[in-house]
Design a protein around this ligand. Structure first.
Ligand code: NAP
Length: 249
């Protein structure tokens, strides 16, 4: 899985390792990946491999997935979780921010999926779960590039699900709302700066838009991912599953 060192990715890695899977975590920061991997090995006795990989770098992705297959065997599950976004009005979204957002969230998902799909098709079995966002389902002010990228991830999910529907491979998107990770903390700080309010006031503003009045937890997102990887979800493909406290029904 990509972006497995912290946040939602680390929670997904934990959920899969706890269920007995051999897990490979990939990301740019080897220190974080290694400590997450060591923790999972210790707590679950799982085979957990950490590999440095920038998902926006095609050559790095090719190398990382080849090494992962060599060490852990062909993958049954791919979780495309690496991603991120920065808040900016449309006119402040320069070409660099646009390209980076699309590269990490959308092109990275394409590149990683292309690396595992041949083996899944050959095996006639596989699960691909893309961590999209409620930003794949609706627009948010000052998040044009991120919304475009995540809508793109959902389009890719739906199209590929149809291509693989008779081949034993399911492809689904999980759409978290604001989830309690570094990414949501950045959103809180952005609101605080933009409105000149305290961090607590900014969090209260953010929570107003959430029907349950709280942030989603990474473990709640991970539970949905784990179900989409389990045998009893085999008829579920091409869906966008909001895990967002009722924000999107
Ligand atoms: P996070 O705590 O900021 O973690 C992001 C993860 O992605 C890190 O593990 C990071 O690892 C990895 N990553 C970022 N850029 C990468 C790159 N170029 N190549 C490889 N790995 C990269 O964020 P999070 O909240 O867990 O987000 C995980 C996913 O959920 C993202 O796709 C995000 O868009 C989505 N999401 C989050 C929320 C939320 O409120 N938190 C809501 C909806 C959707 P390195 O920095 O080590 O590379």
């Amino acid at each position: 899985m990509t972006g497995g060192g912290r946040g939602i990715g680390a929670a997904v890695a934990d959920a899969l390792a706890r269920r007995g899977a051999a897990v490979t975590v990939m990301g740019r920061t080897m220190g974080t990946l290694e400590s997450t991997a060591a923790d999972l090995r210790q707590r679950h006795g799982a085979a957990v491999l950490a590999i440095e990989c920038d998902v926006a770098d095609e050559n790095a992705v090719a190398r990382a997935f080849a090494y992962a297959a060599e060490q852990q065997g062909d993958p049954y599950v791919l979780v495309n979780n690496a991603g991120g976004g920065e808040s900016a009005s449309f006119l402040d979204t320069d070409r660099e921010l646009w390209d980076w957002t699309i590269a990490v969230n959308l092109t990275g998902t394409y590149l990683c999926t292309a690396r595992v799909l041949p083996a899944m098709l050959a095996a006639g079995a596989g699960r691909i779960v893309n961590i999209a966002s409620t930003a794949a389902l609706r627009g948010y002010r000052t998040m044009a590039a991120y919304c475009a990228a995540k809508h793109g991830v959902l389009g890719l999910t739906r199209a590929l699900a149809l291509e693989t529907a008779r081949k034993g491979v399911t492809v689904n998107a999980v759409c978290p709302g604001y989830t309690d990770t570094d990414l949501a903390q950045e959103a809180v700080l952005n609101i605080a700066a933009a409105r000149n309010v305290s961090k607590d006031e900014a969090l209260a503003i953010l929570l107003k838009s959430m029907p349950q009045g709280r942030l989603t937890t990474a473990a709640e997102v991970a539970g949905a991912v784990a179900w989409l990887c389990a045998p009893d979800s085999s008829a579920v493909t091409g869906i966008a599953l909001p895990v967002a406290g009722g924000e999107v029904g």
